[in-house]
Design a protein around this ligand. Sequence first.
Ligand code: FES
Ligand SMILES: [Fe+2]
Length: 353
Amino acid sequence: MSQQSAPSRYPFTMPSGWFAVAESPDLDVGQSKAAYYFDSHLVLWRDETGTAHVSDAFCPHLGAHLGHGGTVEGCEIKCPFHGWKFDAEGTNTDIPYSERTNGRAQIRVYPVLERNGFIYAWYHPHGEAPAWEVTEVAEIDGGEFSGPKRTNHLVQVGIQEMAENAVDSAHFRYVHNTAEVPVIEKYESDGHVATMESSQKFPTPRGVVNGRIDSIADGPGVSIIRFSGIIDTLLVSASTPIDANTTQTRFNFYVRSMGDDKLNSSVGAAFAAEVDKQFKEDMPIWEHKAHLVRPALADNDGPFMKFRKWYAQFYVDAIIDDRTVFPPPYWPEKMDETPAKATASAKHGTSTD
Ligand code: FES
Ligand SMILES: [Fe+2]
């Protein structure tokens, strides 16, 4: 069964790749729950051996949502409406009031990979098999880092438009009001992986500390960002398209252990609070900005076009549209929204008044 697609406000659809659909602690053994990603109603369930499964939500019999009352029995999920059962491949295995199963009653299932604290599902618009695996983040189980501190955000922006923020070094000064901006030293891509190395000066009460921010985009929806300089911190981030115009981002923050749980968790909380604050500062910009196919860039802006070229590989179906400006919808209820840092950026001479 294919589900309806909301029209994209961008010149692209939803990318193909691995995307987090849940965090591991949020799905118990024997639990099923409803989710909505990839513009599709989904059910997530964990079988009695502990393996997580993701499939389309609707029972092929008469359309009940398996995430609302579906029960896990062994390694099968049972529909709440008439008790039909389906296995991990989405095949009908039992109709309790019939001698035979129904071979046509097949549910679309998504490949699942559970690691780094996340349940990742592979999305491909035509159901093709995964082209890579999500990399395991060594620090998580290495014993030297503590965490995670978890946060999550829902934004009215397409996933690529949000991800582009990573290569935009200049906005840190104007949106986030940071005294120093990261200097991008290297931006490279190799297949589905893009790596960026940058340095940043951090002002501290004891003087300026030279720090580093090194990030790996492991496909279109997973990034690992390592911050060093003051305290080593790690951000395992996952962004998932709800539809072409809406994205959910989950952050897991880790800090290098300092031997004291209380200290670790307060440093982790401060780190999370700063990144979350910046994320919220970005949100109104992302939600209200137009996507410009040909942005007018400064010579020392970040590698925007390299980023876009790298990201383009994840689109399977092209959108044919000659426009060069893709505005957001008209949202009357959001007309008065102003980025939090509008006055702060005036300090830096960007105000026109
Ligand atoms: S709708 Fe699922 S068993 Fe009937
Ligand atoms: Fe930002």
